[in-house]
Design a binder for this molecule. Structure first.
Ligand SMILES: Nc1ncnc2c1ncn2[C@@H]1O[C@H](COP(=O)(O)OP(=O)(O)OP(=O)(O)O)[C@@H](O)[C@H]1O
Ligand code: NI
Length: 352
């Protein structure tokens, strides 16, 4: 078995609201192997960012609370760490970048100063050496004329250039894991592709592992080794990029794939989208949380939560249709190909 850089187990994060505690993530489990890219996909509100912020232990600053579970990074459970320990881990061993580069940059300092500052927080460097490395980082994120650019302010740069600066800041201390939350969503389409390509190259050069959050299946198709699909706070499917794109098992994943323009499932040129909307956290449906929107829902799905089950090949899905055998109405009838075993601590269920 390949070594894991991150192992999340049953991670549950809640927010206290007027109506009591709501769960933004519910027993989320996922693994990232060293040197690999895991994409977490799902519609808006599915708990992707909350998962990442919980791992970084930034969720506490956003009013959230981890109520259950573990996030083992290099064998240490980050959930049990003090914020002081996390301060040392964040930025040096695990770095995170967000959608909006402008909010990560300080408008009153030059970009060179900001990267140098980030270097000096974690390494003992002279000002001169920090500046030299800062210019070098700008070169490594392929910013032309780095000596000149280093002296510029964020407002003098385009959005794509600013995101490169943010990436340079994140990678300055050579982190083992990079968490990127929608790193390209705020950028023009052509710039998006360049930044994704850059991230992939840097991942190799810096020998990092990557957790990339996106609601864009096209982005996942480009970069992912494995893909975790989340819906309404829970993992509903996980597998290799080929499992997800060629042998999707969960009807939610099938719906997400059909909503990508230009991929198979496009119906006569019309964009197909999943009917209905993601439920509010205060009102997650009983049984399978996806059942009200599912084209294939059966009685069982309305009352019993399907366990996340792993096939022999390692492809996981939480869907009762995996038990219907030849009757399985899902496209491609995945039941014919894989045998499943139940994993994790989702409730064991008795058949009605
Ligand atoms: N600070 C907060 N207080 C209360 N609820 C929150 C807070 N942050 C997130 N949530 C809720 O947690 C749920 C999951 O949010 P999250 O941001 O993780 O979704 P996401 O999958 O990242 O979506 P998006 O694609 O829009 O970024 C949402 O219902 C959201 O409203
Ligand atoms: Ni998000």
């Amino acid at each position: 078995m390949a070594e894991k850089i991150l192992e999340i187990r049953n991670l549950t994060t809640g927010f206290l609201t007027d109506g009591g505690m709501v769960k933004a993530t519910d027993r989320v489990s996922l693994d990232i192997e060293k040197g690999k890219t895991l994409c977490v996909v799902g519609e808006s509100g599915s708990g992707k960012s909350v998962t990442a912020l919980s791992v970084m232990r930034l969720i506490e600053y956003a009013g959230g609370m981890i109520t259950e579970g573990e996030a083992r990074f290099d064998k240490q459970d980050l959930v049990q760490k003090s914020q002081l320990d996390m301060l040392n881990i964040r930025g040096s061993r695990i770095a995170m970048i967000f959608q909006d580069p402008m909010s990560a940059l300080n408008p009153v300092f030059t970009v060179g100063e900001q990267i140098a500052e980030s270097l000096r927080t974690h390494k003992r460097l002279s000002k001169k050496e920090a500046w030299r490395q800062s210019v070098d980082m700008l070169r490594r994120v392929r910013i032309p004329d780095p000596e000149i650019r280093a002296r510029q302010y964020p407002h003098e740069m385009s959005g794509g250039m600013c995101q490169r600066v943010v990436i340079a800041m994140a990678l300055a201390c050579n982190p083992e894991l990079l968490i990127a939350d929608e790193p390209t969503s705020a950028l023009d389409v052509t710039v998006q592709a360049q930044i994704l390509e850059l991230l992939l190259q840097l991942k190799q050069e810096f020998r990092m592992s990557m957790l990339l959050i996106t609601h864009d299946m096209g982005v996942a198709a480009e970069v992912a080794d494995r893909i975790t699909v989340m819906y309404a706070g829970a993992v509903v499917e996980e597998g290799t990029a080929a499992d997800i794109f060629e042998r999707p098992r969960h009807p939610y994943t099938i719906g997400l794939l059909q909503s990508i323009p230009g991929l198979e499932g496009e119906r006569g040129g019309e964009l197909y989208t999943i009917r209905g909307a993601i439920p509010p956290l205060s009102n997650i449906p009983p049984g399978c949380r996806f059942h009200p929107r599912c084209l294939y829902a059966m009685d069982l799905c309305r009352t019993n939560e399907p366990p996340l089950r792993r096939s022999l090949s390692g492809h996981m899905a939480a869907c009762w249709l995996d038990d219907t055998g030849a009757e399985d109405p899902r496209p491609g009838n995945p039941n014919n190909r894989e045998t499943k075993v139940t994993i994790g601590n989702r409730p064991e269920v008795t058949f009605p």
